[in-house]
Design a protein around this ligand. Sequence first.
Ligand code: GLU
Length: 436
Amino acid sequence: MSNIFDDARSRLHEVFENVAVTDDVRERLMHPKLALAVSVPVRMDDGRLRVFQGYRVQYDDTRGPTKGGIRFHPDVSLDEVTSLSFWMTIKCAVAGLPYGGAKGGVAVNPKELSRLELERLSRAYIRAIADVIGPERDIPAPDVYTNATIMGWMAEEYSQIRRRQVPAVITGKPVHLNGSLGREAATGRGALFVLQQWAQRQELVPTETTVAVQGFGNAGYHFARLAQEAGYRIVAISDSKGAIHSEEGIDVEQTMHHKRTHRELRAMLYCDASVCDEAQQDTLSNNELLELPVDVLVLAAMENQITAENAGRIRATQILEIANGPTNAEADSLLENRGVPVLPDVLANAGGVIVSYFEWVQNRAGFYWEEAEVNARLQTIAEREAKAIFELADERQVSLRTAAYIQALQRIAGAIRERGTQEYFTEHDVAKAADH
Ligand code: GLU
């Protein structure tokens, strides 16, 4: 699929058939509100000046200020950022947060930059987009290859520009720089709450459920760690370099520890004190991991991982989407026809933005919560919205993704209708016609 945004938008047409929305709403949701392309000049350590291409897209702000992460990745393009901002709009509405959707990004390979270059890039990007962001306008956060440290630099740069402290302009900051406890693990934790609700409905027993996780970044790692704690058997994990597979089950913490110290994935078994045994492992490619016969395939890497090309070879009995847009629209219908349920991104990975919302609330109130409170509030929202979507899917006999979109659209359409002018004119015309 060459155009991700066309693919992303194509889902709306199916949803429009299932939900009564006015032409105003249809038309509004087809176009981003603001798309900004910026040059981001950075002085490199060797004295050269390099200019990177950056973007910020605010898709829709009907329900509140726009919200969404910033990614640093070589493949970032306006098409990708626009799609991601569209998904954020749907996601914030699915979670019932008082936000619209946005996304930003810089086309760069951050692994090739020194730490100081990365800091200069982060600050330069904020200087380039400062006029369009703010706590009441658009609130960035971390995404692929950005993290709390980067959010800290960005929030500080913004405060310098405004000449006052503005912590609520960015979420996902370090805990000691006005961040929220629980934010770092929130995407993985939220995904597990959604999976647990699903497991309950499907009568899946965690200890008898095998899981393969594509992607071992922040979201994939925390999900795998927490899922293992909850009893699930993690049998495969991959990162950008490849995958490991061990039917005995992989110790997630130890595998992460090994990755951090040796920069490679190696399956570790449960450890006794400091002695770890290496598991019997097969090394697989990322594509082979996708085709393993597991109970739950977790997609926590990038978009477009399951397409028409490989959908027929997927042997997992259900899919949990932690990345944004990992299954494209064609693959979606192929999986649906084969009866493979997909727990969709806009529900399954909303934990990150839900706790971002808590961080923004805490920043604005100047009052900080205990981690247990953050996690409990996350659980309430994730379970409530997951349950509502599962019930809606049953009731309307639609896929889980369509049900999530229906739920989001009802909320967005409600807001557009209540502030919109279409009905006013329609009613006005009716009144005029009655007068004559
Ligand atoms: N980047 C994350 C996402 O795609 C988090 C966004 C946020 O916290 O605003 O949902």
